[in-house]
Design a protein around this ligand. Structure first.
Ligand SMILES: [Zn+2]
Length: 253
């Protein structure tokens, strides 16, 4: 971390944050293993990327700021500002029937609280959902019929945050929706099979082992290391059933 300190000092003296890119590139692999190579924003497994570290608070410029903003340069080498990200979430792209990517976006719910120099970060309330926040992920779900992302909340402010995040993180990118949909189809099939086997196992112990095997698959789908686990939890919550207390137990376990 001496390198991070040296790079931060250079930026404080007017240097370009990108000159210290080796600092976050070195951390890339450590960030990747935390969630088994999943992008922290869209939960897609990243197979290849040479630009996989996103600065949650942009380091060069902030296009949402009311006044000219040269970026949260003082956080360029602060690992708490790093998010492991695929290029679809991280980089701006337009065309080909799709649009999205975070780039230099960082809207706040209250722009008047924007920091332009080092200060208490908690004075800002980011509009974007933060994968490092303990609760934010619960505000996103997906439609089981097509895998499109959707807000998982009725609160109007949270809804705005979810919708903005879907747009800026490009979570509605069609190939991602397709993969999410595949995961949803598998989950639904497993839950239906699990329900059937659970009922059978009530009268015939032979089915218990099969039911347990299916429950294990569902458990894996909602494990935080699995692709789209946040959305799978959202869908599984919707499939809770008083005749099947094991579903709730899986969600709690
Ligand atoms: Zn992503």
């Amino acid at each position: 971390m001496d390198e991070a300190k040296a790079a931060a000092d250079k930026v404080a003296a007017g240097g370009d944050p990108d000159d210290g890119a080796h600092v976050w590139r070195k951390l890339k692999n450590q960030l990747a293993v935390l969630l088994h190579d999943k992008c922290w924003f869209c939960e897609t497994v990243i197979t290849r990327s040479d630009n996989a570290v996103d600065h949650f608070r942009p380091k060069n410029r902030v296009s949402d700021a009311a006044n000219p903003h040269t970026g949260y340069r003082w956080l360029a080498f602060d690992r708490s500002n790093f998010r492991y990200s695929c290029t679809f979430c991280n980089s701006l792209r337009k065309g080909g029937g799709t649009k999205g990517g975070k780039a230099d976006r960082f809207p706040l719910l209250d722009e008047s609280c924007r920091l332009y120099a080092p200060g208490a970060l908690d004075q800002e309330t980011p509009t974007l959902l933060d994968p490092c926040d303990i609760n934010d992920w619960e505000l996103l779900g997906c439609k089981q019929e097509n895998g499109e992302p959707c807000p998982a909340t009725q609160d109007s402010m949270d809804k705005l945050r979810a919708k903005t995040s879907i747009e800026i993180y490009h979570l509605d990118h069609e190939p991602t929706c397709k993969q999410r949909h595949t995961a949803a189809v598998d989950l639904i099939a497993n839950v239906e099979q699990g329900k059937r086997l659970f009922l059978l196992s009530q009268t015939n112990a032979v089915f218990k082992r099969e039911w347990k095997a299916v429950a294990k698959k569902i458990k894996r789908a909602i494990d935080r290391h699995s692709p789209y686990s946040g959305e799978m939890i959202f869908l599984l919550r919707g499939m809770r059933d008083s005749a099947h207390p094991w579903i709730q137990a899986l969600l709690e376990g």
